[in-house]
Design a protein around this ligand. Structure first.
Ligand code: ZN
Ligand code: ZN
Length: 356
């Protein structure tokens, strides 16, 4: 058995702490696993929020990435060395009640934290959302590594693994946006912009983007948003439209949640997909839900099936159906990550680590 390889990874030692580059030991893959050399990984809001919101530490951060398979464990026949893959942080168990009912997108164990395969200071260390993409090398179950078209630039391919999957999937799979419908998206950052792209693919008639940042609104318009508002102007304008059919809350804030809920037309649907902090509470009148026959849905990972949807979405990125080049606002090295991470708050578009 070859020795584990020592590589660099971005480690959060304790909750509330400041993550830093450390060396970790990465073993060879065992049965059913693959070892991946990371090529690119995006900094997503969930990474920024991890020191505050993660359930446990230590952790290797990063959950939106693209890499190349360097070795495969026993029994892995679908994947071979050299395959370009995007990593999925949700791997349905296949045996819980939800999976057996044909609903793997709500697998009861899909987000359970797997024991880490890398070792730090002699102990196993898990990755954020069981991945830990800010590591030069990592070992994951084969089903978490999904082949995609290698012609897509790696910085763009990385985003398929979270921002694009979450946003496009929310529109197509969770909300099932209907042709001609009126859609509004609160927060058009790395996820919300992809909700706009998904709503356009679905044929929405009116797509409203709500964001305080003019540059984000411009990016939303480039994806097919037909009306652009700053948050304080949205309510009146949406009431004039007669309310919206589907509202997406991609900010993760109580004000956005309540504004999005208020904007709904009769029979409307509110989809929550922002990285909302665990201590946020809101007050809602159930009678309003009853009278207007509203639905509220929490949507994790765009309710996608990664095995099917990653390749499809990557294909749409490659042919321009999903605009992606302008989502990558800057590319940095792993060495630059600690400094950049300390400055980032809630990045609208993505900073991507390019591994050399
Ligand atoms: Zn993410
Ligand atoms: Zn399951």
């Amino acid at each position: 058995m070859p020795e584990p390889e020592t590589v660099r990874a971005f480690v959060l030692e304790r909750l509330g702490g400041v993550p830093r580059l450390e060396t970790v030991d990465v073993p060879q893959p065992e049965a059913g696993e693959v070892q991946i050399r990371m090529l690119a990984a995006g900094i997503c809001h969930t990474d920024i929020a991890a020191p505050r919101d993660a359930f446990a530490a230590p952790l290797i951060l990063g959950h939106e990435g693209c890499g190349e398979i360097v070795s495969v464990g026993e029994g892995v026949t679908e994947l071979v060395t050299g395959t370009r893959v995007v990593l999925s942080y949700r791997t349905p168990c296949g045996s819980c009640r939800q999976c057996l009912a044909g609903r793997p997108e709500v697998c009861a164990h899909g987000l359970d934290l797997r024991e880490g395969r890398s070792r730090w200071r002699g102990e196993a260390i898990p990755g954020l959302l069981s991945l830990g993409c800010f590591s030069e090398l990592l070992v994951v179950p084969a089903e978490a590594a999904i082949p995609i078209d290698p012609s897509l630039p790696v910085e763009q391919a990385a985003l398929v693994g979270c921002g694009i999957a979450t946003g496009v999937g929310a529109a197509l799979n969770c909300a099932r946006v209907q042709p001609g419908s009126i859609v509004a998206v609160w927060g058009v950052g790395g996820v919300g912009l992809n909700v706009v792209a998904g709503a356009r693919i679905a044929g929405a008639g009116t797509i409203v983007a709500v964001d305080p940042d003019a540059s984000h609104l411009e990016l939303a318009a480039a994806r097919g948003a037909t009306k652009l508002f700053e948050p304080h102007d949205a309510a009146g304008a949406l009431a004039e439209l007669g309310g919206v059919d589907v509202a997406f809350e991609a900010v993760g804030h109580e004000t956005a949640f309540l504004s999005a809920l208020d904007s709904l037309a009769v029979g409307g649907h509110l989809v929550i997909l922002g990285g909302i902090a665990p201590d946020i509470r809101v007050s809602v009148a159930p009678r309003t839900l009853l009278r207007k026959q509203l639905q509220i849905t929490g949507c994790i990972y765009g309710s996608i099936d990664p095995q099917q949807d990653f390749a499809r979405y990557a294909g749409w990125c490659a042919d321009g159906t999903i605009p992606v080049a302008d989502l990558v606002s800057r590319t940095i090295t792993l060495d630059e990550l600690p400094c950049v991470f300390a400055e980032e708050r809630a990045p609208g578009v993505r900073t991507v680590v390019r591994f050399s």
